[in-house]
Design a protein around this ligand. Structure first.
Ligand SMILES: C[S@@+](CC[C@H](N)C(=O)[O-])C[C@H]1O[C@@H](n2cnc3c(N)ncnc32)[C@H](O)[C@@H]1O
Length: 187
């Protein structure tokens, strides 16, 4: 099932809405990180910058064929060879990766549907001990230029419930200006 309200505006506009280096710095995505899984590559907005920072592979998934095609094309154009982009309905079928294979799972701009803890549970299964689910989302206490309706957006405080349901613990919450918040849940 495609997450409701998860369609994308035009690429350049979407990518003007994030301070990507700040977000990746605050989430501690760096050379110490090996493999990463990502739900919803979209245009590859975060996929490629993450791949450039880490030492492993970004396994990224999207339910929309044009998003997979765009991410693969960008990775090839930019010579980023550690991206593996696959068409998959992750809500329905999970990540399809080996248990415990990833240092991090990225759930960016996606956790605005009923029972997100079920997805966080699927993400936790592919984390190694000490690995992290990293989620970002549009703040609901601000007027933002994009994002799902305010009543659908998760809040930083929801992370405790996600973590509890998935056997994780909340190890960081942060502002990601101008429009987002982030949380890290550690296995
Ligand atoms: C709002 S976009 C965010 C993309 C990217 N994470 C970012 O922040 O730039 C959400 C993406 O998730 C994809 N998506 C929605 N439901 C999905 C599902 N069930 N399985 C895989 N991808 C899904 C959409 O097609 C879309 O590309």
């Amino acid at each position: 099932m495609k997450v409701p309200e998860s369609g994308m505006p035009e690429e350049a506009y979407w990518e003007s809405l994030f301070d990507i280096p700040l977000i990746l710095d605050r989430l501690k995505i760096d050379r110490a990180v090996e493999h990463v899984a990502e739900l919803g590559c979209g245009y590859g907005t975060f996929t490629l910058p993450v791949a450039r920072r880490i030492q492993g592979v970004v396994f990224t998934f999207d339910i929309e064929p044009p998003m997979i095609a765009r991410t693969i094309a960008r990775a090839a154009d930019e010579g980023v060879y550690n991206v593996n982009a696959m068409l998959r309905d992750v809500l329905a079928t999970g990540f399809g990766l080996e248990a415990g294979c990833c240092d991090a799972v990225l759930l960016f701009n996606i956790l605005h549907f009923p029972k997100p803890e079920d997805l966080v549970h699927k993400a936790a299964e592919v984390l190694r001990p000490g690995g992290r689910v990293l989620a970002i989302h549009w703040r609901s206490d601000l007027t933002t230029p994009r994002g799902p309706p305010l009543h659908l957006r998760p809040k930083p405080s929801d992370a405790e419930q996600w973590a509890k349901a998935a056997g994780l613990r909340v190890t960081a919450t942060m502002d990601l200006p101008p429009w987002h918040f982030g949380v890290a849940l550690t296995r």
